[in-house]
Design a protein around this ligand. Structure first.
Ligand code: NAD
Ligand code: UDP
Length: 311
């Protein structure tokens, strides 16, 4: 297949491109480097089956030749990124999703949308099944990301229902691994970089809020299976292993052997108190199950940050 990956120079888009190439497909990577970096795809540049286009997908998207698939992954994803770039975040989730759906329709391609557990907001149902409609503050600082993704899901379903485009929606839960930016602000990269530098680990709030952390190879495997599956409603992909942020900080200190202390900082507005995916649907439909446990995933992410201290 010939597949377009938007956001290809980002953390997940680059791993997805690696997997698609490893499966024998051709990949057209597209990115405007808003939050991604050329380093993430430098290793693909000599590959005859990889072609890169620098482009902002909120503008009309032109790709020459046939396409069988579109993975729409372009979007800031870290809270500090989308708080710094609120308008770009709203535009890539809305206009960017519209443009890539239009492209998929014109090419007769299947489109997979990278959605997020943030569509559940600060959830009042725990764990979160796909049937939960969520609890989102539309006018709070996180609303720019959450509502853009909710709009993206609605637009994707409209193209599916009205134009008959083959679509898939993955709701991604917190994912970590190599190629996260050291300064992207997400908790796993922050804690590892702080621990390796001997700086204090910054817990926001009292650290009792929970997240469920999925290692990147597990996530990509679930997404590839979802793309090949035959249903258009959303599927949660994430690791149900749930930890408090304080537990995560303690694991990182232990695994890095760091002497860093833990400090607390104010909790950001609307920060979800709990999050855990209900992955029944992924298990039943995709035969998918995460395999990498937190300690193993943290070890390989720590190795990456040790090997790339300045990136
Ligand atoms: P990332 O910031 O590393 O990658 C996003 C990429 O999109 C970057 O390379 C960026 O330059 C590119 N981009 C942004 N706006 C663009 C535009 N207008 N045109 C072209 N390219 C653009 O983030 P990530 O963690 O790799 O996330 C990828 C996708 O997965 C996002 O859609 C995100 O919402 C979703 N997601 C990620 C997570 C996670 O835990 N990593 C969780 C939920 C959802
Ligand atoms: N967090 C933290 N310290 C940090 C970065 C994040 O305590 O240095 C907390 C954050 O407040 C949230 C959790 O860790 O409760 C996960 O944050 P992240 O930005 O990784 O993703 P989110 O799930 O909030 O989108």
């Amino acid at each position: 297949m010939r597949i377009l990956v938007t956001g290809a120079a980002g953390f997940l888009g680059s791993h997805l491109s690696d997997r698609l190439l490893a499966e024998g497909h051709s990949v057209v990577g597209m990115d405007n480097f808003l939050t991604g970096h050329p380093d993430n795809i430098a290793h693909l540049m000599g590959n005859q089956r990889f072609h890169f286009i620098q482009h902002d997908v909120t503008n009309f998207v032109y790709v020459e030749g046939p396409l069988d698939g579109v993975f729409h992954f372009a979007s800031p994803a870290s809270p500090i990124d989308y708080l710094e770039k609120p308008i770009q975040t709203l535009k890539v989730g809305s206009l960017g999703t519209h443009k890539t759906l239009g492209l998929a329709k014109a090419k007769g391609a299947r489109l997979l949308l990278a959605s997020t557990s943030e569509v559940y907001g600060d959830p009042q149902v725990h764990p979160q099944p796909e049937s939960y409609w969520g609890h989102v503050n539309p006018i709070g600082p996180r609303g720019v990301y959450d509502e853009a993704k909710r709009f993206a899901e609605a637009m994707t379903m409209a193209y599916h229902r009205y134009h008959g485009v083959e679509t898939r929606i993955v709701r991604i839960f917190n994912t970590y691994g190599p190629r996260m930016r050291p300064n992207d602000g997400r908790v796993v990269s922050n804690f590892i970089v702080q621990a390796l530098r001997g700086h204090p680990l910054t817990i926001y709030g009292d650290g009792s809020q929970t997240r469920s952390f999925c290692y990147v190879s597990d996530l990509i495997d679930g997404i590839y299976r979802l793309f090949q599956s035959d249903r258009s409603d959303p599927v949660n992909i994430g690791n149900p292993g749930e930890f408090t942020v304080r537990q995560l900080a303690e694991r990182v200190i232990e695994l890095t052997g760091s002497t860093s202390k833990i400090v607390t900082r104010p909790l950001p507005e609307d920060d979800p108190k709990v999050r855990q995916p209900d992955i029944t649907r992924a298990r039943e439909r995709l035969g998918w199950e995460p395999r990498v446990q937190l300690d193993a995933g943290l070890r390989s992410t720590i190795d990456f940050f040790r090997a790339h201290p300045a990136t």
